[in-house]
Design a protein around this ligand. Structure first.
Ligand code: SF4
Ligand code: SF4
Length: 90
């Protein structure tokens, strides 16, 4: 029996740990967390993302416009000079 009734875990939408191929789906938390206070709009993440997940907002900061295309390849966050990108999936 898998239904344990009212197991009161408030954040049932917590990001699952990625195992194998990551596939973001509608309703999941966004793949990345971007600290906009630390981001200086250098454009590196936008330029390096092989999947074109980002679009710049009007300040040039990254917006996850196509989260369904993110593979959690890590390129954006390992190259962000301000450590502004993290992911709770990894
Ligand atoms: S690489 Fe980092 S600092 Fe540069 S635009 Fe992306 S999040 Fe902002
Ligand atoms: S983890 Fe990879 S695919 Fe996802 S947004 Fe960053 S660079 Fe793009």
């Amino acid at each position: 029996m898998s239904n344990t009734g009212s197991d009161s875990t408030a954040d049932s939408k917590q990001a699952p740990k990625a195992s194998g191929k990551f596939k973001w789906q509608q309703g999941d938390p966004l793949p990345l967390e971007i600290n906009m206070k630390w981001c200086k709009a250098c454009n590196i993440c936008i330029a390096l993302c092989p999947k074109q997940v980002f679009e710049p907002d009007r300040d040039g900061k990254p917006v996850q416009a196509r989260p369904e295309d993110c593979t959690l390849c890590t390129i954006c966050w390992v190259h962000c000079p301000d450590l502004a990108i993290t992911s709770s999936y990894k």
